[in-house]
Write a protein that binds this ligand. Structure first.
Ligand code: AMP
Ligand code: ZN
Length: 124
């Protein structure tokens, strides 16, 4: 049975379309649970978005047995950091949720940023 979320997913969600291959993206990693691609407007030399294949909106939309999503995302972050050569130099992982965090894409995504010395402020 199709839920309202499924309907949104197929019609509107850009990240669902990237996962489905109907919109282009520079893929860096994929497995059964996650898809990862370069951010279209990178804020660091390495800026990858790691998204669950399941459409969930943000952190608050993940509950119960879906909590495994976070394991999948962070395991992928470990693998991608190694693959892209930033595991040793360091990297930042960020989830933006809601207005105050300036979330713009409403399919959960973990930003993986690295390849440069970043500042210490997380809110600037
Ligand atoms: P956020 O502000 O956390 O919602 O981040 C959304 C991110 O998605 C931004 O860094 C955008 O540059 C990025 N983005 C938006 N559309 C695309 C796209 N089609 N391909 C790759 N990255 C995108
Ligand atoms: Zn989606």
């Amino acid at each position: 049975m199709q839920s309202p979320t499924d309907s949104f997913k197929s019609k509107e969600c850009i990240f669902c379309k990237i996962i489905a291959g109907t919109l282009p993206a520079e893929k860096v990693f994929e497995n059964e649970n996650v898809f990862a691609f370069r951010d279209i407007s990178p804020q660091a030399p390495v800026h990858v978005l790691i998204v669950p294949k399941q459409h969930v909106v943000d952190i608050l939309d993940v509950s119960g047995r879906d909590m495994e999503i976070f394991q999948h995302l962070f395991k992928a972050a470990q693998q991608i950091a190694a693959k892209l050569g930033i595991a040793g130099s360091g990297f930042r992982t960020v989830f933006n949720s809601g207005d105050h965090a300036c979330q713009t894409m409403y399919h959960l995504h973990l930003h993986l940023l690295g390849g440069t010395q970043m500042g210490g402020s997380l809110v600037g």
